[in-house]
Design a protein around this ligand. Structure first.
Ligand code: FRU
Length: 479
């Protein structure tokens, strides 16, 4: 281990030890969060030798971001998590300005991590067309905890000429005995695209093709992912630079997927956003030993701080990941549902009787709760779930909406989605994060929220339904 790595390691563990996170009112019960400082994208998600591994972009020294490391959680059951500390440090000449996002590949009993090393050259550069040297790096491991030295597998000099310096976030998979990689990129004409590479040995990578849309669909595509589900191929990307619309692309940046056509092309008209809430970006998927495809997203949004913020900054940390969501396909659309294991957090159940026009019940937001409303039949023109008047879900005329009043949204206003009929809702509410799944997860809203009290009055009005509510135990986090 180099002296630099030792110094970084000592300082990160010191700052993690000194951070008194127990006091934080908004610390989460069933969402993964950083031990201290900042978290962004999920990285290297996999099931390996009996455990789930969730790595994440981690800036332990600065709650507002900055120099990126890879933090690391493991779990056998998706409920009880062990914090394994920092897996990758920005300690080489390839990644001294950040160990950026990437993925894992399990092959012949080894875990391989592929990621982007970020290097910014000092000088008067625009850092788009020049000034940045981002290469694709690789490490491997036999236990998922200790990693080999970093090796560069695609140098920044080898990327195609028609791309800017913005190429990053490798996602790797195996297909017919060959290895494939997608990288997100920005073409010189300010157009988002995905680069597809191929390799026979995981070390020598050749560019196979570039995927983009005929018309410009954002200037940059970050964090690509490729997978097959139910016989259909999908390409997921996080585009930057789309214009905001009333019912789509409401955030500064987006994340969504294209079903791929037979010839491997994608069409802007087929793009579907993963999530319609305020806080969702850069998701990654993986398959586990049960053959499920699970997705985890970053419950945050880059560069959103002029509009809305996170009150956890005062507690010395920022952002979390979504719960693992199982993906299935229905009528060409991907449905997302919290992984079944999360039902293991449920404590007492309350059956909600909807004979009255308003169902009211006190809920503990400092514990978290899981609300399921099935077979919804509207009795009025709108259907509402109000969380103490602070966060409100509303459905009317085929449009679902989340909104806030007072300080609970910390600047968050409204987000909407056209969903057709409303059939069912699942609301997973944590101390300061909520995920709302509509119509079996065909539409999802993820948002942070900051209630000003520890328990509040949940009110459901405007419909009949079969309802159940559970208080949740907190996940266990150990070090
Ligand atoms: C997405 C992203 C990635 C990059 C990482 C850096 O949120 O910008 O493209 O690798 O974050 O933290």
């Amino acid at each position: 281990m180099s002296t630099l790595t030792k110094v970084l390691e000592r300082n990160v563990s010191q700052i993690e030890k000194n951070a008194n996170m127990k006091e934080g009112r908004f610390r989460l019960g069933h969402h993964l969060m950083p031990p201290v400082g900042w978290l962004n994208d999920p990285n290297g998600l996999c099931w390996y030798k009996g455990r789930y591994h969730v790595f994440f972009q981690y800036a332990p020294f600065d709650v507002e971001g900055g120099l990126k490391f890879w933090g690391h959680y493991t779990s056998e059951n998706l409920l009880d998590w062990k914090y394994e500390g920092t897996a990758l440090y920005p300690d080489s000449s390839y990644d001294c300005h950040g160990v950026y996002s990437g993925s894992s590949l399990i092959d012949q009993d080894k875990m391989h991590l592929f990621f982007t090393g970020n290097v910014k050259i000092d000088g008067d550069y625009d850092y788009i067309n020049e000034g940045r040297e981002t290469s694709t790096l690789h490490v491997e491991s036999e236990d998922g905890i200790h990693f080999s030295d970093k090796e560069e597998v695609i140098s920044f000099e080898k990327y195609p000429e028609d791309f800017t310096c913005h190429i990053r976030d490798p996602k790797v998979w195996k297909e017919n005995d060959r290895y494939k990689m997608v990288l997100g990129g920005r073409l010189k004409e300010d157009k988002g695209a995905v680069l597809v590479y191929e390799s026979e040995d995981l070390r020598d990578w050749k560019l196979e093709r570039v995927i983009t849309t005929p018309e410009v669909f954002g200037y940059m595509w970050e964090c690509p992912d490729y997978f097959e589900l139910d016989g259909q191929k999908f390409l997921s990307v996080s585009p930057q630079g789309l214009s905001r619309e009333e019912y789509r692309f409401q955030n500064i940046y987006q994340s969504g997927y294209f079903p791929m056509k037979e010839d491997g092309s994608v069409d802007v008209n087929d793009f579907r956003e993963w999530d319609m809430g305020f806080d969702f970006y850069a998701p990654q998927t993986f398959t586990d030993n049960k053959g499920r495809r699970l997705l985890i997203g970053w419950m945050g949004m880059p560069d959103a701080d002029e509009e809305y913020v996170n009150k956890t900054i005062d507690e010395g940390w920022q952002h979390c990941l979504t719960v693992p969501r199982e993906l299935t396909v229905r009528d060409g659309k991907i449905l997302q549902a919290p992984a079944k294991e999360l039902e293991g957090l449920r404590k007492e159940k309350t059956v909600l009787h909807d004979e009255k026009s308003i169902v009211e019940i006190r809920v503990e937001v400092n514990e978290g709760f899981d609300l399921v409303l099935d077979e919804i039949v509207m009795t009025g023109s709108s259907f509402k779930i109000s969380m103490g008047g602070q966060m409100i879900f509303k459905y009317e005329d085929g449009v679902a909406e989340i909104g806030f009043s007072g300080i609970a949204g910390a600047g968050r206003s409204k987000r909407k989605a056209k969903i057709g009929e409303l059939k069912n809702i699942r609301l997973l509410a944590d101390t300061s994060a909520a995920e709302i799944y509509l119509n079996d997860g065909e539409t999802v809203f993820s948002t942070r929220y900051y209630p000003d009290c520890e328990d509040l009055q949940l009110k459901i009005l405007g419909g009949k339904f079969k309802g159940n509510l559970w208080n949740l135990r907190k996940m266990i986090f150990t070090k």
